[in-house]
Design a protein around this ligand. Structure first.
Ligand code: FAD
Ligand code: NAI
Length: 474
């Protein structure tokens, strides 16, 4: 007889595992199946998805190590610390990263046990309906469930004619496992992965060239922030080339050769030891048997959902990277909780207007809400308060004077509409802006809140004061 559950989650990434845990907490008999593409030492389903295995967590571990390496090589001396020339043991750095991944992925197994979520090992594919229940093939067995949550995530988009072997030509998977510092590293795509991984290897000594198709750098970010980011990253040594058209990519004796046309139409060739292709991601919907059961996909292959992640099929939901919206782990987790709570009859909700974005370069970039160019395009009257980190004692003490906080508030109501940060600690600072915006806060609210001194959060405070043209320290 087939195993039967109230809820079956397909995919064990941050969307799927959080949905399973929350559904179980709410009293549903829940299972989560994972098709396990990442090697698990015990051959068990390796949970955590892209985020834990080949995304957020390993990339941040490498960013941290490479940041320390750069500090030791360049910043320590400014503060009177001499340590000689630092050396990097890349295999040790990679092993440390792998250890963190193993700890966290096994941690999810523990959370499943604690919350009584059944973990199923195998690829999930819809079979059809049996009465009111959905029948899903998981590996070799068939499982029945009243409700199904599709959380199958995404994989790297590859470019036609550029074969990824994850040795010389890497997507995110190989890029996180490079075992020696490449002398020359080429990156196609100046998006989030390109900038984060480019920073890692540039800090460790690679000559990094980034080739980007779009004419504008970080076009989705606030233009002021993007301009500052381009200036700082270029100064650090990343060679970022906008408006290029990639041509033939060929293997060479030493690595790879990339032909491209630059922004002025000049044909150019770049030889590199390694190439990272980071040109966005595509949803994992092949093999789900979506068409056979009539699960509607959009033209980009994503599962079509409404604002509450309901699909066109009764009792079938979809969350995370496999649906519209930013491909971010915290967005997937928010949707996961929302769906589980709606299934339990609660008022689950996800506010897509207050999802923060972070890029973990140094300095970090983070933002929430509308950009200045969006407000202009929408004809919204706004006021802006912009304060540089240079005016902050803590930032100077940390040797991190670059960047700014820019707060945008409605000219009529003073409600905060967007906050854009480039500077030390931006990933944590943005949380204050998210809270303020979630509560419909005004710049005056933040201006009248006591911020500890000396902290980086005082830059947020000053930016709020600057919205009313009354900063105290700038
Ligand atoms: P995934 O994490 O992709 O998980 C889906 C899971 O489903 C996978 O484990 C897959 O094996 C499994 N699966 C697929 N099909 C099936 C099937 N048919 N049956 C069973 N299992 C299946 N986001 C951030 O918010 N912050 C970051 O710092 C960040 N850094 C990133 C760095 C990199 C290099 C990359 C690539 C991504 C990064 N992301 C980051 C994005 C983040 O990883 C994703 O948004 C997030 O993992 C999406 O979660 P998900 O659960 O929707 O999908
Ligand atoms: P991305 O969408 O951030 O950037 C891709 C870049 O490649 C874009 O600038 C695009 O214009 C460019 N591009 C596309 N086709 C190209 C071509 N043929 N030639 C040259 N350039 C081309 O995608 P990326 O960096 O692959 O990351 C995927 C996703 O993973 C991100 O969108 C994000 O959702 C997530 N992520 C999040 C992180 C974070 O939150 N810090 C870190 C890393 C990834």
């Amino acid at each position: 007889m087939s195993k039967q559950f109230d809820v079956l989650v397909i995919g064990g990434g941050p969307g799927g595992y959080v949905a399973a845990i929350r559904a179980a907490q709410l009293g549903f008999n829940t299972a989560c199946c994972e098709s396990n593409p990442y090697a698990d030492p015990k051959g068990e389903p390796r949970l955590g998805g892209t985020c834990l295995n080949v995304g957020c967590i390993p990339s941040k571990a490498l960013l941290h190590t490479s940041h320390l390496f750069e500090e030791a090589g360049h910043a320590f001396a400014d503060q009177g610390i001499s340590v000689g020339t630092p050396k990097i043991d890349v295999p040790k750095m990679i092993a440390r990263k792998a250890d963190i991944v193993t700890k966290l992925t096994s941690g999810i197994k523990g959370l499943f046990k604690k919350n009584k979520v059944t973990s199923l090992n195998g690829h999930g594919a819809f079979v059809g309906k049996e009465g009111d229940l959905w029948k899903v093939k998981v590996g070799a067995e068939e499982v029945l469930a009243k409700q199904v949550i599709v959380a199958t995530g995404s994989k790297a988009r590859h470019l036609p004619g550029i074969a990824v072997d994850n040795q010389i030509v890497c997507d995110n998977i190989g890029a996180l496992d490079i075992n020696a510092v490449p002398k020359k590293l080429a990156i196609i795509g100046a998006g989030v992965i390109g900038l984060e991984m480019g920073s890692v290897w540039r800090r460790l000594g690679s000559e990094v060239t980034v080739l980007e198709a779009m004419p504008d750098f970080l076009a989705a970010a606030d233009a002021d922030l993007a301009k500052e980011a381009l200036k700082l990253l270029t100064k650090q040594g990343l060679s970022i080339n906008m408006g290029v058209k990639i041509g033939e990519v060929k293997a060479t004796k030493k690595g790879v050769s990339i032909a491209y046309t630059d922004k002025d139409g000049k044909d150019t060739k770049l030889d590199a030891d390694r190439l990272i292709v980071s040109v966005g991601r595509v949803p994992n919907t092949d093999g789900l048997n979506a068409e056979a059961v009539g699960l509607k996909l959009n033209e980009r292959g994503m599962v079509e959902v409404d604002g509450h992640c309901k699909t066109n099929l009764p009792g079938v939901w979809a969350i995370g990277d496999v649906v519209r919206g930013p491909m971010l782990a915290h967005k997937a987790m928010e949707e996961a909780v929302m769906v589980a709570e709606i299934m339990a009859g609660q008022a689950g909700h996800c506010n897509f207007d207050t999802i923060p974005y972070v890029i973990y370069t140094a300095p970090e970039m983070a933002w929430v809400g509308k950009t200045e160019q969006q407000l202009k395009a929408e004809g919204v009257a706004y006021k802006a308060g912009k304060i540089p980190f240079l005016a902050n004692g803590r930032a100077l003490g940390m040797g991190a004077p670059e960047g700014f906080v820019k707060m945008l508030a409605c000219a009529k109501t003073d409600r905060i509409l967007g906050v854009h940060i480039i500077g030390a600690g931006a990933s944590d600072l943005v949380a204050e802006a998210v809270v303020a915006m979630e509560f419909g806060g005004a710049s005056e609210d933040l201006a009248r809140i006591c911020h500890a001194h000396p902290t980086l959060s005082e830059v947020m405070h000053e930016a709020a004061l600057a919205c009313d043209k009354r900063p105290l320290h700038f």
